[in-house]
Structures are given as C-alpha cells and as structure tokens.
Design a protein around this ligand. Structure first.
Ligand SMILES: Nc1nc2c(c(=O)[nH]1)N[C@H]1C(S)=C(S)[C@@H](COP(=O)(O)O)O[C@H]1N2
Ligand SMILES: [Mo]
Length: 617
C-alpha cells in the first residue's frame, strides 16, 4: 500500500517523498504478530527523567518558548470572497454619520408633528407603583460597583483569549479564509503553520496578563472572576425581584418604544432635559438596561458554556445549532455590546446631571451635592488599582492565579467531566476541509530516526500501576481491534475541527494492561519536546479512559497519522481540550498521583504555561 502522507505533511527535514509502506489498519501481516511484549512496569518511568519542571514566575522574554511579541492587524470584517472591510473606517464614517444624524434630528425638532410627538411621549415611561424619593437603594450601588470591578478583569482577559486565535467563524470548521472577522493576516501557505504562530500580542494594559499566548493565565482570570460575576448577578436578580425594582429595567408596556424614539430624537438633537424632567429612566435607557441585564448577561454565560468540549459533546442537539464557533462569535458580540453600552452609559451619566446621577447610583440619595461624586471617585481608585496591578501580579505570582482560578472554576469543570461523551460523534460529511496544526513539532535525532524508518523501531510502552505492563510496536497495535470515530477537536485557543480518527480504543488497552485499583491518573508521554524543552506530557483522570470515545489514534481521515498531527500515535479524549490530546506518544504510565511527575501540575502546559489539569471547559 502506497504511503498516503501528502508531501505537505512532511517534516521540514524530509526532502524525499518516497516512504516505505506505512500500511493502514488491514490487520496483521502474513508473519505472525505477537500480540504483546511484556516489559517491566518501571520501564515507562524513564520518560520522567526527560521532563522539566517549569517556572513559578513569568519572564516575558522567555515566555512560551521565547515567543516574540507579534502584532496583529486592524480588525476586519469579511464582505465577500477574499474581500475585507477594515473597521478603522468606522471612525471617520461614524463621525460623518453622527454629525448628519445630529443635523437631521435638530431639523426634525422644528417640525410641528415631531414637536407634538415629543410632547405626547416625553421619553420617560412613568412606571406604575414606583415613586422615587431618594436615590437607588444602597445594594444596587454596591452591586453596580462589584459588577464594574469584576467585568474589568473579565473583559481584559476575554480580549487576551481572543488574541490567542484572532479569527471568528460561524461553522465548527475554522477554515482559513472563511472567517467573518479577523485581526490577523491571512494564514501563510506553510502546511505546518500552527495556531500558536497566529496568536497576536495586545498592549500590556489592555489584555490580561498582556503578553502573547498567555491564554492559560487569561482563562483563570476570565473564568474564575466570572464565577464571582455570576454570583453577583444572581444576587442582583434576586434583589431586583424581591424589592420590585425590576419595574425600573423591564419594559412592561409597548409605549416604551415611542418613548425611546422620542428620547433618541432628543439625544440626537443635543437637547434633552438634564436635571429633573426625566424622573425615571427614559424609554431608550430602559431598553438598553433591559438588554444588558436580561439578554446580554445570560447570553454571555450560555455562549461561554457553548465553547466547552464536554458540554458541546453532551448536548449535541444544542451544539448542532450553537457550534463552538457560533458560540465564540456570539460571545464576542456580547462583549462588543458590553463595551459599547459602557461607553454610551458613562458618557450620558456624565452629560445628564453628573452629580445627581452619581448620588443616585453611588450614594443612595437624591440631590446635587458632592457625596456621590466622592464615593464614585473612591470606587474608581479601587478600579484603577485593580487595573494597574493585575498584570504585574499575574506575572509575579502565576501559580497563585492558577490556584485561585482553579479553586473558583475547578469544581464546575469537574462536574462537566462526568458527562457521557458518546453523543459527540459526527458523520463523514462533517469532516473539516482544513484541520489546524498546533504545538511544538518533534525534531530530536531519535524521533527523526523513527520517522525515517517508518517507525519500524517504534515501541509504545505502557506501565506503572498495571498488572500487565507491555510494549507494543505499530504492527501489534494495528493487530488489535480497530476503533474509528468522527469527532470534534476543541483547541484552547478557540479553533475547532472535525476529523475521523482510527486506531485502538483505550478500553482495549485497559483490558490488556489491567490497571490496579490504586491507579487514578494516566500519563501520556510524548516523544517530542514542548516549546520550553523537556518532553510534552499530560495526565488524564482514569475514569475518562473507559469513555467510549477515548482512543489512541494512528489513522486520521483514512490515512496514517501525519507527522504534523502526531505520527505514529496520538490520544483522543473527547471531553477535554486540544492541548490534552498528546501527539507523538511514546509511553503511557498509570499512576496514583502526578505530584512528582514533571513540575507536578499534571501536564506540560500546566507546568510551563499555567493551564489547568482538567479542562473540559
Ligand atoms: N506532544 C505534543 N502534543 C500536543 C501538542 C504539543 O505541543 N506537543 N499540542 C497540543 C495542542 S495545543 C493541540 S490543539 C493539539 C493539536 O493537534 P493537531 O496539530 O493535530 O491539530 O495537539 C496537542 N498535542
Ligand atoms: Mo491547542
């Protein structure tokens, strides 16, 4: 059988295209294949000596394999095949539109019919049953502050996560050129181009933690603080309904719309009552608050969860419509809403009776004195302090961020891990035309020799806490019952893809090696280094090894696994993110605990880039 590896997948050092028979899965050849070779249970431990421990602080100069800072491009919207609209044009365009709108609105206000309309619908929906004498209740002030403070970190970390794969798609395929939005140049022709190479840097005080490819730390901020934000939001909902204040932000009558139009006309004509005339919220304000509190906030949560491999796999019917990429795109649009809302909201608070507004929101009182302003100022100092210290703190104490983040979101993630992954299968027609590469390619002399000999000398060692430690060569692996699945890959950076994987089910491996009861984790060692030297490895909870879709793959889309995608053998665990799918596997060790393996954090990215050891979200 001819080699099916396309020239584009050759490792950079390969010059010839001739390759020996890298046969598929047609079973044992004519010669009898021994089904297994016993080894010492300790043999696989030798991989441990090739691991490195990682560091407990971040030095931006050597971070992520000394990845240089790289700048993206101005954000672009795709307007057709290969044509893009640079969003910077919105600045002059927006200005022209704004000026024309103001001129038009000012003209309209002289029209008698419009004058009558505004008299009839002054802007405020007088809400039945809510009379306001003082300011907003004190709890709203506290929650408003907490919300703002928490969102600062969520938004900054969210931008950092986006910057790690600055492209948005509508389908799960993540095909380059089919993005609807990007802040990065087109993908170069290099067939071994990786998603990591396409990540971009953000200004240090914009992104959190602000250096390139810092998604591991950004996620702890984003997800950890999010837990607090959701709790604050739940308390806010509860109080809103318990106190009847919900009437302020929930439109209960259609007249809110003419009032909103009226308010818009008044705003646009730059002539609106700034002190007392708009006693309650005007229609426009009420609609904006309603959308923010009852549409955007829940949408942020739902679309966020929609990106989880475990949940997406479990709730196939939802993820069919809301694929990870649709979820990610919508999640980004929700962020845009929050940012735009904040800009408009703050501008209006400042231009419509600042002192009175600040008293209402920050001091639970009416009137135009300076009390609210001072409380506001103090709260802004706290926000500013948080803003300035978040990055330096993260770079100096990344393990603390990792630990705190895990304490906050970890329990939720563990819940997701227990889902049944079997619904997560696709069909041939769902296979992605382009499947991104990622990670650090192996180029050691040992790996080269294996590759060049078509893995003739390859042996997969399986040992540790098992009754039957074994070494298996590729022929022995191919002689085992063939398992095939079409599943979706979720990279932590945000891209995804569907592929057909063929190989050996982990259930078959478990039956063969017979793990002991003490074995709690299964460590997969790669033949290749990670970006900071030291072999790549990752630990998986043993329960997930018996999921129906956990397997060792030696085929991809009907061809032997290519160099870039992990030849000769890689892992698939469909309830976890991409970085846990170890490629170029050399050994598998069953252990009780991973504390004394590598840096002790459960995997290469966990040791070196502060990822979490369980990432089903
Ligand atoms: N040995 C090793 N395995 C690895 C990596 C790596 O750098 N080294 N990268 C991981 C990451 S981050 C991803 S997203 C997937 C990418 O697999 P692919 O290149 O087949 O798409 O491999 C994972 N397995
Ligand atoms: Mo990844």
């Amino acid at each position: 059988m001819a080699a099916l590896i396309t020239p584009s997948y050759h490792p950079p050092w390969e010059v010839t295209c001739s390759m020996a028979d890298n046969a598929g899965h047609s079973g044992p050849a004519d010669l009898a294949t021994p089904s297994r070779t016993s080894i010492s249970p300790e043999a696989v431990r030798s991989y441990r000596t090739h691991l490195t421990t990682g560091e407990d602080t971040v030095d931006p100069a050597t971070w992520a394999g000394s990845v240089p800072q790289a700048h993206g491009i101005a954000p672009r919207l795709r307007t057709g095949r290969g044509s893009w609209f640079n969003l910077l044009w919105l600045l002059p365009l927006g200005l022209v539109i704004l000026i024309s709108a103001v001129a038009a609105a000012q003209g309209l206000r002289h029209v008698p019919a419009v004058r009558h309309f505004i008299e009839h619908y002054p802007g405020t929906v007088t809400s039945a049953g809510l009379t306001r004498t003082g300011g907003l209740p004190a709890w709203t002030g506290v929650q408003h502050f907490l919300n703002l403070f928490l969102m600062l970190f969520i938004v900054r970390a969210g931008l950092q996560i986006f910057a790690d794969h600055p492209r948005l798609y509508w389908t799960r395929h993540s095909t380059p050129g089919r993005e609807w939005f990007r802040a990065q140049k087109p993908v170069p022709a290099d067939p071994l181009w990786t998603a990591k190479k396409g990540s971009i840097s953000l200004p240090g005080q914009v992104g959190l933690p602000g250096i390139r490819h810092s998604i591991g730390l950004a996620r702890w901020w984003h997800l950890g603080v999010n837990v607090l934000w959701v709790l604050n939001g739940l308390v806010f909902y509860a109080l809103l309904f318990a106190t009847g204040q919900w009437r302020m932000v929930v439109p209960t009558s259609w007249v809110v719309f003419p009032h909103a139009v009226s308010a818009l006309l008044q705003y646009m004509s730059l002539d609106w009552p700034t002190e007392t005339a708009w006693v309650g919220y005007n229609g426009l304000q009420q609609i904006a608050y309603f959308i923010t509190v009852f549409v955007a906030a829940p949408a942020a949560l739902v679309t966020g969860l929609g990106m989880s491999p475990a949940l997406s796999t479990r709730f196939k019917r939802i993820s069919k419509v809301l694929s990870i990429q649709a979820a990610r795109s919508l999640h980004f649009l929700v962020l845009v809403w929050f940012v735009l809302f904040t800009i408009v909201h703050v501008s209006l608070v400042f231009t419509t009776g600042l002192l009175r507004n600040l008293n209402h929101v920050y001091a639970a009182r009416a009137g135009g004195d300076w009390t609210g302003f001072y409380v506001f100022l103090a709260s802004m100092m706290v926000v500013l302090a948080g803003w300035i210290t978040a990055t330096p703190f993260t770079l100096r104490h990344p393990r603390t961020v990792q630990r705190l983040g895990h304490a906050l979101i970890g329990p939720v993630q563990h819940l997701f891990e227990h889902v049944d992954s079997s619904p997560g299968e696709y069909t041939e027609k769902d296979i992605s035309p382009y499947f991104w590469h990622n990670g650090q390619y192996p180029d050691s002399p040992e790996y080269r020799k294996l590759f060049e000999s078509d893995f003739a000398g390859y042996q997969l060692q399986i040992g540790g806490l098992v009754d039957n430690p074994v070494a298996l060569d590729l022929r022995q692996l191919r002689a085992m019952p063939y398992h095939e699945q079409i599943t979706q890959h979720f990279c932590i950076q945000g891209w995804s893809g569907v592929a057909k994987w063929g190989g050996v089910s982990m259930r078959t491996i478990l039956d063969l090696v017979e793990p002991r009861p003490e074995a709690r984790w299964v460590v997969f060692y790669s033949l290749g280094d990670g970006p900071d030297k030291g072999l790549y490895y990752d630990a998986h909870p043993i329960e997930q090894m018996s999921h129906r879709l956990t397997m060792l793959a030696y085929d991809m889309n009907g061809e032997p696994l290519s160099y870039g995608h992990g030849a000769p053998l890689r892992l698939r665990n469909e309830v976890q993110l991409g970085f846990k799918q170890v490629k170029w596997i050399g050994g598998i060790e069953f252990v009780a605990d991973f504390a004394d393996i590598g840096g002790g954090h459960g995997g290469y990215n966990q040791d070196h880039e502060f990822f979490g050891y369980r990432q089903p979200l």
